[in-house]
Design a protein around this ligand. Structure first.
Ligand code: FES
Length: 197
């Protein structure tokens, strides 16, 4: 009889020990898993962000945030790329020699792929947010406007490649952040480790 009781007690103790062990494993795993997720602070400090561009329509713009700043992704139509070409003689720094961009964006359309423009939405004069004014001849800017971005703070103008026009207070083109394509529908803003030259 007492042997039966002892056996039962032993089984109970084994089960309780197994449960405690399992709970301990979960507790130990939780901080480990949490450490793999970038914290809000890490994101604010500049962890790269993935942007889904697969549903961005031609002629439209996405606005995302990276390092506390707006990043614009514009899917340019062939017509918009012609507007970029047409604006070139009117620009202060058409070849982006005095502007900030990665090497793969130091070209006429300032991008790794002509169809997509990726720029910081921050005016290079005093940091206001320019407005998207993509329509050519938009009279709210000027009758001869070739299309681009207009900063209402002090009147700076940028073309559809973020290049600054002559005769405005902004001294340089809009900044292009580092970025790379993860595939045709996703880009990584903040890292260009895998970007081709
Ligand atoms: S901040 Fe944009 S024109 Fe001054």
């Amino acid at each position: 009889m007492s042997e039966e009781v002892d056996q039962g007690r032993r089984r109970l103790l084994v089960a309780a020990t197994a449960l405690t062990g399992a709970a301990g494993a979960v507790l130990a795993a939780t901080p480990f898993l949490a450490s793999w997720k970038p914290s809000a602070r890490a994101k604010a400090l500049g962890a790269p962000i993935e942007v889904d561009i697969s549903k961005l329509e031609a002629g439209a713009m996405l606005n995302v945030e990276w390092r506390g700043k707006p990043v614009w992704v514009v899917r340019r139509t062939p017509e918009m790329l012609k507007q970029v070409e047409a604006a070139t003689p009117l620009l202060l720094d058409p070849n982006s020699d005095g502007s900030v961009q990665p090497r793969y964006a130091k070209n006429a359309d300032r991008s790794a792929k002509p169809e997509y423009l990726v720029v910081l939405g921050v005016c290079t004069h005093l940091g206001c947010a320019p407005m998207a004014k993509f329509q050519a001849a938009d009279v709210t800017v000027s009758a001869d406007w070739p299309g681009g971005f207009y900063c209402p703070c002090h009147g700076s103008k940028f073309d559809l490649a973020g290049r600054v026009f002559k005769g405005v207070p902004a001294p340089s083109n809009l900044t292009v952040p580092p970025y790379s394509y993860l595939n045709d529908g996703r880009i990584l803003v903040g890292s260009d480790a895998t970007q081709a030259a």
